[in-house]
Design a protein around this ligand. Structure first.
Ligand code: PGA
Length: 254
């Protein structure tokens, strides 16, 4: 089953509103040169501005996190409904920086995933092992536990609306990338997991992005792999030319 390549930029805590708008304008004017889909995840403040600039362009604009309650006394938090109200249609869930820098547990990730689905957002569920687990040969069991916890109790219909991202912790922002073969092996493992729980059709259609030091130089090899359906890009997504360079490299079959 054909899965359209998705090139997604996670800006993390970068870019002012004006910088986000200017990036959005540039992206909008370059979209016609590419066959892939694009998504950007600006900081919360910029979501309404970036989504307004990208209106009608077919680019997904999402937030980097949410809180699972709809409203109430949760100082500093933002709900899924607020993201949708601001023009966001997607949200990153369980990014490794939230899991490991902020301390989000699998239980928290699962609540956030359900809140995103309930509000009609497209969740991009991030999973990925630590270096210790990879070196101990436990990468797959580690990722399996993250997946099991996140999708417990979800229906086929709900999982159909999700995107997955495999981001090995040791490859994020470090300049180290998983080899295309290792990444593809993990993507196949994730797809098999989805097949075992939700059936072959869903497993064949769900997109699994790779994230961790993706750049134009390694995108062709990574995205050339059968089970890698796109990229979730941090550092290299901040510069428009580099971001578009990744899309061009992903579209280059050589
Ligand atoms: P990176 O970040 O591309 O800077 O490694 C990827 C991510 O955290 O999504």
């Amino acid at each position: 089953m054909a899965r359209t390549v998705l090139i997604a930029g996670n800006w993390k805590m970068n870019k002012t509103i004006a910088e986000g708008e200017s990036f959005a304008d540039g992206l909008k004017s370059s979209i016609g040169d590419h066959d892939c889909e694009f998504a950007v995840f600006p900081p919360f403040f910029s979501v309404p501005f970036v989504s307004a600039r990208l209106e009608g362009a077919g680019v997904t604009v999402g937030a980097q996190d949410l809180f699972w309650e709809k409203s109430g006394a949760f100082t500093g938090e933002i709900s899924a409904e607020m993201i949708a109200d601001a023009g966001g249609t997607a949200v990153l869930i369980g990014h490794s920086e939230r899991r490991h820098e902020i301390g989000e547990t699998n239980d928290v990730v699962s609540r956030k995933l359900k809140a995103a689905l309930d509000a009609g957002l497209v969740p991009v569920l991030c999973v990925g092992e630590t270096l210790e687990d990879r070196e101990a040969g436990d990468a797959e069991p580690y990722v399996r536990i993250q997946l099991e916890s996140a999708v417990a109790g979800l229906t086929v219909h709900q999982v159909q609306r999700m995107i997955l991202a495999y981001e090995p912790l040791w490859a994020i922002g470090t300049g180290r990338t998983a080899s295309p073969e290792d990444a593809d092996t993990m993507h196949r493992f994730v797809r098999k997991f989805i097949e075992s729980r939700f059936g072959a059709d869903l497993a064949a259609s769900i997109r699994i992005l790779y994230g961790g030091s993706v750049k134009p130089e390694n995108a062709t090899a990574l995205l050339g792999k059968e089970d890698i359906d796109g990229a979730l890009i941090g550092g290299a997504s901040l510069d428009l030319d580099t971001f578009l360079g990744i899309a061009a490299a992903a579209e280059d079959p050589s």
